[in-house]
Design a protein around this ligand. Structure first.
Ligand code: BTN
Length: 268
């Protein structure tokens, strides 16, 4: 039994909310990266919905080779193994689903209304500051299923961030209700929010997310550069690709890349 996560309380909340995933939750005092544990499990009989939750990661990874920095015990660092029918390209759109699920979890903790937005491809922001990051890594499993390792870093209790993370925030810094910041209920809420969106996503792909995304899209209406492409954020197509509106009104589709803001004052 560890002091920072009570499996019995988690189980009670999981059953009460009818959540299926999270059986089991594997707790780690310290590990290099929970995503590595998820990736290793793909080739074993490990079932869909297993969670690895670490108090400390010594080699936490973000997108594009960055490090994910988190003071031990303050924040949630976890990975979920999901096995879903292919194809492989589903993985990139799934990160939008995870972003919306995290957005819902964050909203449920705050005491005052805030702007909680998904920033394509993998961030969730509160009033323009990053509160959560997503790293999905995928492989084809032994049954040709798509095995997704959904890595989530959610800043929960951190009050201070290192100087290079000044655009970061946490739930505790944003007027969250302290009674709603226990890791057991946050994890159950996240699994619930993921499970609720997944069936429609498996049927219709990212198109199933477009209405919700339109309401919570941080990039919409902002002048952006992604790689060689420039334009105004104009939502997403039904495959979950970012759309940029060009000066002549035409739309450009962006599959992946790092977003830069052309208006210097835009946060993020
Ligand atoms: C990003 O913002 O670039 C994505 C960050 C993802 C961090 C999480 S923490 C749990 C899981 N394990 C990792 O090594 N990374 C993800």
């Amino acid at each position: 039994m560890v002091s920072w996560f009570d499996p019995e309380e988690f189980e009670r909340l999981r059953v009460a909310r009818g959540v299926i995933w999270g059986r089991p939750v594997r707790l780690l005092e310290s590990t290099s990266s929970t995503n590595d544990l998820g990736l290793e499990a793909i080739s074993t009989p490990a079932k869909t919905g297993i969670v690895w939750l670490a108090r400390e990661q010594t080699g936490g990874r973000g997108r594009r080779g960055t490090a994910w920095v988190s003071t031990p015990g303050e924040n949630m660092t976890l990975s979920i193994l999901l096995r879903v029918p292919g194809p492989l390209e589903r993985a990139s759109g799934f990160s939008l689903l995870v972003g919306l699920a995290l957005r819902e979890v964050i909203e449920g903790t705050l005491r005052s209304p805030r702007s909680i937005q998904v920033k394509w491809p993998n961030d969730v922001l509160i009033d323009g500051k990053k509160c959560a990051g997503i790293l999905i890594e995928s492989r084809l499993g032994a049954q040709q299923e798509l095995a997704l390792v959904v890595g989530v870093g959610l800043n929960v209790l951190a009050r201070e961030f290192p100087p290079f993370l000044q655009e970061a925030t946490s739930l505790a810094r944003e007027d969250a209700d302290p009674a709603r910041l226990d890791f057991e209920s946050l994890l159950v809420s996240l699994l619930h929010a993921l499970e609720r969106r997944t069936p429609a996503f498996l049927k219709a792909g990212p198109a199933s997310l477009l209405d919700e995304l339109e309401r919570h899209d941080f990039l919409r209406g902002k002048r952006l550069r992604v790689g060689e492409d420039e334009g105004e954020g104009a939502g997403f197509d039904e495959r979950g690709h970012l759309l940029l509106r060009q000066e002549d009104g035409s739309l450009r589709t962006v599959l992946t890349g790092h977003v830069e803001f052309l208006d210097a004052l835009t946060p993020g």
